[in-house]
Design a protein around this ligand. Structure first.
Ligand SMILES: [Zn+2]
Ligand SMILES: [Zn+2]
Length: 297
């Protein structure tokens, strides 16, 4: 199988990175999507994959940078002849999110206009997602894959659940953190995995800055912490992703970032620091993700 990193950025619109999206493609062609932030669908097509061919989507949590492209994903699948409802796995609230999107929801005018075409009446189920809100444990299983999940620590759980994932297929295991600060559940999910794809949103100084100023969530994982997680879980390889725009040179991002980050520290050079800090604890194979990176495992 192989993994395509469709989006490797975070909460901002960023010309250099789409928001979160990871596509897994099995040797038999089966495809599974993890998160669907803005830019995910465009990059999926760029990677020669159709939204209509994705068997199941797992939304790790309902932060906008993990779900913005979900309407586009679903409507595109409908237009591109998906034969049946897409399976959507996600936390508590996923059913309400989907219920308010299409028929009688935010895209009702689009639904009514498009479903007036006879061709689109033939696969209305494609725009009626089969939503399954998950609990810790086995989340999904078919002939080819199993997906297990557990809570991770990112948003207070009484506000919103956040999940980390362990995906197994073809005798291999891939773990994906979603968004989280370091937690034992994620280490357990990643135990001896062939590949851990883990968020690395901010360098240490940026998380500290956000903790001090109270801007946004600081419940993320720093590079030093990520190195320890990968070491403690005994993973065979590591991909860091969900980079929080700290390396951006874009003028707009640098201007708005002054409310969020220590702007004087921003720049591409920080990526070298990220590697150095992950390496303090972890010495296995390591890649920093970029959009459309393909990983064969
Ligand atoms: Zn995020
Ligand atoms: Zn988040």
């Amino acid at each position: 199988m192989y993994i395509t990193m469709l989006g490797t950025g975070a909460a901002f619109a960023d010309p250099d990175r789409a928001q979160s999206g990871i596509l897994v493609t099995l040797d038999n062609g089966g495809r599974y999507l993890f998160d669907c932030g803005a830019g995910t669908v465009r990059n999926m097509v760029a990677a020669n994959a159709s939204p209509a061919d994705v068997r199941a989507v797992f939304l790790t949590h309902l932060h906008h940078d993990h779900i913005c492209d979900f309407p586009l994903f679903t409507i595109t699948g409908w237009m591109w002849d998906r034969p049946a409802a897409p399976v959507v796995l996600g936390p508590r609230g996923t059913a309400a999110f989907c219920r308010h999107l299409f028929e009688n929801g935010a895209f009702d005018a689009d639904f009514r206009a498009r479903s007036a075409y006879p061709l689109r009446q033939g696969n209305l189920d494609a725009v009626r997602p089969d939503v399954r809100e998950v609990s810790p444990g086995l989340a999904y299983e078919d002939d080819d894959v199993t997906i297990r999940c557990d809570h991770v620590e990112h948003i207070p759980r009484d506000i919103a659940e956040c999940f980390g994932i362990r995906f197994e297929a073809e005798g291999r295991a891939i773990a994906f953190s979603g968004d989280t600060s370091p937690c034992d559940n994620m280490v357990r999910l990643a135990r001896n995995a062939d590949l851990l794809i883990h968020e690395c949103t901010f360098p240490e100084a940026f998380i500290e800055h956000r903790r001090r100023t109270g801007v946004g969530t600081f419940a993320h994982t720093s590079p030093e912490e990520l190195g320890r997680i990968a070491r403690d879980a005994g993973v065979k390889s590591l991909v860091a992703t969900h980079f929080g725009h700290f390396e951006s040179t874009n003028e707009v991002i640098r201007r708005v970032a002054r409310h969020h980050f220590p702007v004087e520290l921003m720049g591409p050079g920080l990526m070298n620091d990220v590697v150095r800090d992950i390496r303090k604890a972890y010495d296995g194979p390591l890649q920093l993700a970029y959009d459309l990176l393909r990983i064969d495992i």
